[in-house]
Design a protein around this ligand. Sequence first.
Ligand SMILES: [Zn+2]
Ligand SMILES: [Zn+2]
Length: 301
Amino acid sequence: MKKLLWTLPVIALTVAGCSSTTSDAAAADDSLTIVTSTQVWADIASAVAPDITVAPIVTDGDSDPHSFEPSAADMARVSEADIIVVGGGGYDSWLYDSLPEDDSRIIHALDLSEHDHEGDEADTDEHAGHDHADVDNEHVWYSTEHVASVAQDLADKIVKLDPEAQVTPEVVTEKMNELHNSIHNIPAVSYAQTETIADHLLSHSELVDATPAGYRASTLSHGEPTAADIAEFQDAIRNGDIDILINNPQSAAAVSTSLVELAEENNVPVVEIYESPQSDENFLDVFTQAVDDLTAAANQV
Ligand SMILES: [Zn+2]
Ligand SMILES: [Zn+2]
């Protein structure tokens, strides 16, 4: 009898403790779920909300997110998610183009446009002089500003859905501030890119773009460079007009592979900047490594 009296208040307290969160619709299965298009945004979301389940749709580092086709099971996970994080700008439109435009679950860096590269060239050539030009390039995860603002938007959204949730957007925003400063401090040497992977990062640096214009335009539109474009690029490497070659090893076309080989033959340092982290890597480390490698290469020139 005595024992029962002691245990009763404990039970009552426990029940009260549970019921305080069940009024929240999102807590129906006890926790929020976040679905992201790629590993990049999953790593950022996990840094913002370490206790929340985050799952990317593209899980295989070898799959090309540019041309990914989600399965019905993938889209079922999207429809069940409480929050969806995408880059936008057409890059991961395979995830959001079937969702309502005003779907309030979506956190995005760029506009939720269709996959369309017309007009991509408009702003990108203006970035000399690092005036923080608004670079129109779908590889937006190499923009410290966009990543920081996605982290903050995501934290705000999580707290709105679950006021008790622990969020740490500062883990991302402080890292982005640090990287932004490092990017501005990279010495002003010239570079060329085999693919337009790092426009957002480069637009904040003093680095000078020496990528032949025709070649650059063709990679921006996912087209094939002409023989003349390739020859111009090869000449620029041989003539010493390019101090650093930036290559995305995950989209290694025959042309970029041959340009990397030519750079190595001519002692031009090659910096690898990845499309997506490998499965055992975290994007925040990958971004840091890219900035560190660029800085080291520029300092060697
Ligand atoms: Zn800047
Ligand atoms: Zn790409």
